[in-house]
Design a protein around this ligand. Structure first.
Ligand SMILES: *Cc1c(COP(=O)(O)O)cnc(C)c1O
Length: 340
């Protein structure tokens, strides 16, 4: 595939085989140095714990082309730390922050021709993951592991501008109260496939999960975190041990306070108190900031700012976040890591 064959404006979020991916093996107590390979197929034991017992975790981050042609990674150290925590939770050996960032850099450099141009709204999406492999059948941790990072070019999340989306409150849970909700593991996603598909079949962008203990408080979207803006300028996002600690969420908490002068609150978002919010959104690496037009709960639609228009605070947060990612706005110390 040559560069000319990619229509940057038509890119969605689909698998495309890029040139090189990074592969490292853990055997005899250590990760090896890792190599780049053209081969996009993994050859693993049929007894791999990743296949039977869900022993795996993953990450998602983007590389952005800047105006001057250079390439930015956005807070990759945070992804490395989160992946180490996910590995701990499912009994896999962690990858060091140095190896994680080095792998990301290598993959970005080797797939430079797939990085969407500055101004296209697209980015190179990186998918690091760790899986338990090797011959095994008992319910225990794997004898060997694979750490890999591959990359795909993805398009602007919103074609033709940011628009509000409607969401459905799910009756299902994606994670248990003291389960693996805070770890980025595939099992949480397996649990979310059916509720997500049902919501989409009914015309919603996705579903929103309530807290698994009481089903009375908003947790998150299942691949993105929830935030709301109150009439007295508070940025509110749910705090719960079963919510995935998003790096976009973490960044917006900081930007809302330091750049927009909002009061930030990590707390409870009761489903019967949505009236306190004048705007709401879902945030994540893939979703960036998706404005929430309305939320349907028990057959009733609650509309925030508008089902057609994006609220002013959401717009400002979006501009600040994406401006920092593409290097147009100076970010807080250490947020942007250049791929030289
Ligand atoms: C990855 C993920 C998010 C968003 O995290 P970011 O670091 O902002 O991309 C939110 N919820 C879940 C369940 C996730 O897996």
């Amino acid at each position: 595939m040559s560069n000319e064959s990619i229509n940057w404006d038509k890119l969605g979020f689909d698998y495309i085989k890029t040139d090189q991916r990074y592969l490292s093996h853990w055997r005899d107590g250590a990760w090896d140095e890792g190599t780049l390979t053209e081969d996009n197929q993994l050859h693993i034991s049929e007894g791999s714990t990743a296949l039977h017992y869900g022993q795996q975790c993953f990450e998602g981050l983007k590389a952005y082309r800047c105006k001057d042609g250079s390439v930015n990674l956005f807070r990759p150290d945070q992804n490395a730390l989160r992946m180490a925590r996910s590995c701990d939770r499912v009994l896999m050996p962690a990858v060091s922050t140095e190896q994680f960032i080095d792998a990301c850099r290598q993959v970005v450099k080797a797939n430079d021709r797939f990085i969407p141009p500055y101004g296209s709204g697209g980015a190179l999406y990186l998918r690091p993951f760790v899986i338990g492999v090797g011959d095994n059948i008992g319910v225990r941790t794997a004898p060997e592991f694979i750490f890999s990072v591959f990359a795909i070019p993805v398009g602007a999340y919103f074609k033709g501008g940011m628009k509000p989306h409607n969401f459905l409150i799910s009756g299902y849970d994606r994670a248990a109260p003291s389960g693996t909700g805070a770890a980025k593991v595939g099992g949480n996603y397996a649990a979310s496939l059916m509720p997500g598909a049902e919501a989409k079949k009914q015309g919603f962008a996705d579903c929103i999960y309530l807290d698994p203990q009481t089903h009375s408080k908003i947790e998150e979207v299942g691949s993105a975190n929830f935030f709301g803006i109150t009439a007295n300028n508070e940025f509110v996002t749910p705090k719960s041990p079963s919510v995935l600690p998003g790096i976009t969420r973490l960044s917006l908490l900081e930007l809302a306070q330091s750049r927009l002068g909002l009061t930030v609150v990590e707390g409870e978002v009761h489903i019967d108190q949505l009236d306190r919010f004048v705007e709401a959104g879902a945030c994540g690496t893939a979703a960036v900031i998706t404005p929430i037009g309305g939320i349907q709960y028990k057959g009733k639609m609650h509309v925030f700012h508008s089902e057609q228009e994006v609220g002013p605070v959401t717009k400002r947060l979006y501009a600040e976040l994406t401006g920092i990612q593409t290097g147009d706005i100076e970010g807080p110390e250490g947020w942007v890591v250049k791929v030289d």
